[in-house]
Write a protein that binds this ligand. Structure first.
Ligand SMILES: Nc1ncnc2c1ncn2[C@@H]1O[C@H](COP(=O)(O)OP(=O)(O)OP(=O)(O)O)[C@@H](O)[C@H]1O
Ligand SMILES: [Mg+2]
Length: 135
C-alpha cells in the first residue's frame, strides 16, 4: 500500500528498523491498523514530494515506533486537538477524524503512549511507545 501510494506522490520512504524484534505480546491486527493510519496521514500531509521516515527501537521495556514526515506539519492550535475523536482538518468527506483517536486507544490498551510534535511547514513526528512485556 505504502509503496504504490508513495510512488504516485514521489515520496521517499526511509527505514531504520530493529534487526531483531523481541518476542512481544501484541494484537498484531490493531498495531498494523495503527501504523497504517499513521502512514496514510503522512502520505496525505505530503503534497507532491517528500519523505517519510520509519524508525523502530527498544528502550528499557518499551518498543518505540517513530513515524515522521516532511509534510505540511501541524499548527500549534491543531496539535492539541488531533487525538480528539472526529477532529479533522481534511476537506468535507475526506477524513472522519477517527484515525488518531483509535491509534491512541490501541496504544494505550497496549500499555504505551503516543505523542506528536511538529513545526508547521516542517513536517510532523509521531512517537508510539508500546510498553509490551519483552521476552
Ligand atoms: N502526519 C501528519 N501531518 C500533518 N497533519 C497530520 C498528520 N497526522 C495527522 N494530522 C492532523 O491530524 C488530524 C487528525 O488525524 P486523524 O488521522 O485522526 O483523522 P483524519 O486523517 O483527518 O481522518 P481519518 O484518519 O479518519 O481518515 C488530521 O486531519 C490532520 O489535521
Ligand atoms: Mg487519518
Amino acid at each position: 500500500m505504502l509503496s504504490s501510494l508513495s510512488r504516485i506522490k514521489n515520496i521517499t520512504v526511509r527505514k531504520s528498523l530493529l534487526n531483531e524484534i523481541p518476542d512481544i505480546s501484541i494484537d498484531r491486527g490493531q498495531i498494523e491498523e495503527t501504523i497504517c493510519n499513521m502512514l496514510t496521514n503522512s502520505i496525505q500531509a505530503i503534497k507532491k514530494t517528500g519523505e517519510i521516515f520509519i524508525k523502530s527501537g527498544t528502550s528499557d521495556n518499551n518498543i518505540i515506533i517513530e513515524i515522521s514526515d516532511s509534510g505540511e506539519g501541524i499548527s500549534k492550535a491543531n496539535l492539541e486537538k488531533i487525538f480528539t475523536p472526529f477532529f479533522s482538518s481534511k476537506e468535507y468527506g475526506k477524513g472522519t477524524g477517527l484515525g488518531l483517536s483509535i491509534a491512541r486507544r490501541i496504544i494505550t490498551e497496549h500499555g504505551g503512549n503516543i505523542s506528536a510534535s511538529s513545526k508547521p511547514g516542517k513536517g510532523a513526528k509521531f512517537l508510539h511507545n508500546t510498553s509490551a512485556e519483552l521476552g
